[in-house]
Design a protein around this ligand. Structure first.
Ligand code: DGL
Length: 269
């Protein structure tokens, strides 16, 4: 019995970790497409093709439900996949909607018209492809009015994290926060719209200052998954827990072990 979790690389481990804490009995098949990371600098077509291949691999591993724990794939590929590719007995869910529901104080499935919400000035930090897709603004507009979003494409951060160069990642985060502040001096909330960024959450919070509420996806998505499985217990698939990568399993295992501070062993996908 396993649910699939997919990311271009190691960022989705932040979602996996929260999901394992929230659902300790559940098994997960995690797939990192490390050979093709980062996705955030690729075209939408390229991201679609890579995401389809990865999700097919997780279906083949016995998963009936796959979480795209990758904003870039959720933004650039999910809607197109849902429009024609996903078999009717399978489900693929993204990470955007749960986050936006949390930001706009909505419960799952609340499809009432957009309304005013508490937060008015939101900084979005995401990959270049996610920012270019404008998927965040589109989903937000379905649910809230009067929210000003300033997006900052955080080039280089995912590469630095995948390389384990946390000093470079920290310097880049600080410079992206500075760049954002030049466009929006006083955000009320900041959205970490890339699942790699919770690994740098303290740096984001420190650079933004204590008054800014930082929304990161791991716990929000884990709660939403638990809620979904309560309503759809038939979507717990038949696979067995595993960590799979299209990259070098030893290298990816070392980084994953460093990030989650427990032994994680990847196998070749
Ligand atoms: N963790 C992915 C995301 O949430 C990173 C994408 C990338 O590989 O650039 O967007």
């Amino acid at each position: 019995m396993a649910v699939g979790i997919f990311d271009s690389g190691l960022g989705g481990l932040t979602v996996l970790d929260a999901a394992q804490k929230r659902l300790p009995e559940m098994e997960f098949v995690y797939l990192a497409d490390s050979a093709h990371a980062p996705y955030g600098v690729r075209t939408a077509d390229d991201i679609y093709d890579l995401t389809v291949a990865a999700v097919r691999r997780l279906f083949d591993a016995g998963c009936d439900l796959v979480i795209l724990a990758c904003n870039t794939a959720s933004a650039a590929a999910l809607r197109r996949m849902q429009e024609g590719w996903i078999p009717s007995h399978k489900r693929v869910l993204g990470v955007f909607v749960p986050l936006i529901e949390a930001l706009t104080e909505r419960h799952w499935g609340d499809n009432s018209p957009p309304r005013e919400v508490e937060v008015k000035h939101v900084a979005l930090f995401a990959t270049p492809a996610t920012v270019a897709s404008r998927a965040f603004q589109r989903e937000l507009a379905f649910r809230a009015i009067g929210v000003d979003v300033e997006a900052q494409a955080c080039g280089g951060v995912v590469d630095a994290i995948e390389d384990g160069d946390m000093i470079l990642a920290e310097a880049l985060v600080r410079s992206h926060v500075d760049a954002l502040r030049r466009k929006m001096p006083d955000p009320q909330a900041a959205v970490l719209g890339c699942t790699h960024y919770p690994l740098m959450q303290d740096t984001f919070q420190d650079a933004l200052g204590g008054e800014v509420s930082v929304f990161s996806q791991a716990n929000i998505v884990a709660d939403s998954l638990a809620d979904y499985l309560d309503r759809h217990p038939d979507k717990i698939g038949a696979g067995e827990a595993a960590f799979l990568t299209t990259g070098d399993p030893r290298r990816v295992s070392d980084r994953a072990t460093q990030f989650l501070r427990r032994q994680i062993t990847f196998a070749a996908a």
